[in-house]
Design a protein around this ligand. Structure first.
Ligand code: 4NP
Length: 191
């Protein structure tokens, strides 16, 4: 696994520190990767708020750019509590307000994802730590970054968890995810 640059002072801690964290599986994901495409996996905790927004926004931007054939895009959570669920209604609502449709079902990241995807993009540092722990169990090829490494606003490194907040938090998250996804796409296009 190739980690993106970590800001000074960051440490990699035990991902099980969060009470409701489940064990991250290392089972085989059966989907095959298409080597002609650039594959991007967005990762958050539950895979019902932030990473579905990132997946939907990135898909939307890729479609607008006429590049749908060049990308494989997905999202996953480090936790398993919401597996099989549609995105949180507040995430779908804010996306819809901006003309973006969310069409994901929550799933949990596996170590195979770290071999299958070219880029694994974490929403926050806790996700990043969990991804690194998962890499220790097997997957090694993905380039791993924090999404907000691509945000040029300069007002933070993480996409905050909006789950326990109100609708305004989802709007803030939408805006920072949109900015970051646009810059990520611009970089990948130029690569
Ligand atoms: P997400 O938000 O990681 O952006 O999908 C969350 C969703 C669910 C929970 C926490 C965060 N939860 O504790 O169930």
């Amino acid at each position: 696994m190739r980690l993106g640059n970590l800001p000074a002072g960051w440490t990699l801690a035990d991902p099980t520190s969060r009470d409701h964290h489940s064990t991250i599986p290392t089972s085989v994901d059966t989907n095959a990767s298409d080597s002609t495409r650039t594959s991007v996996l967005f990762v958050c905790l539950g895979n019902i708020c932030r990473s579905p927004l990132a997946e939907g926004i990135f898909l939307h931007l890729v479609h607008e750019a006429g590049l749908t054939d060049r990308f494989e895009i997905d999202s996953a959570g480090t936790g398993a509590w919401h597996v099989g669920e549609r995105p949180d209604a507040r995430a779908s609502m804010v996306a819809s307000k901006h003309g973006v449709h969310l069409d994901s079902r929550a799933r949990q990241i596996t170590s195979d994802d770290l071999d299958r995807f070219d880029y694994v993009i974490a929403m926050d540092r806790e996700n990043l730590r969990n991804i690194e722990r998962l890499a220790d169990a097997g997957g090694n090829d993905a380039e791993v970054h924090l999404l907000r490494e691509y945000d040029n606003s300069g007002d933070g490194d993480e996409v905050p968890d909006p789950y326990y907040g109100g609708a305004s938090g989802f709007e803030t998250v939408y805006e920072m995810v949109h900015r970051s996804c646009q810059n990520l796409l611009d970089q990948l296009k130029a690569a």
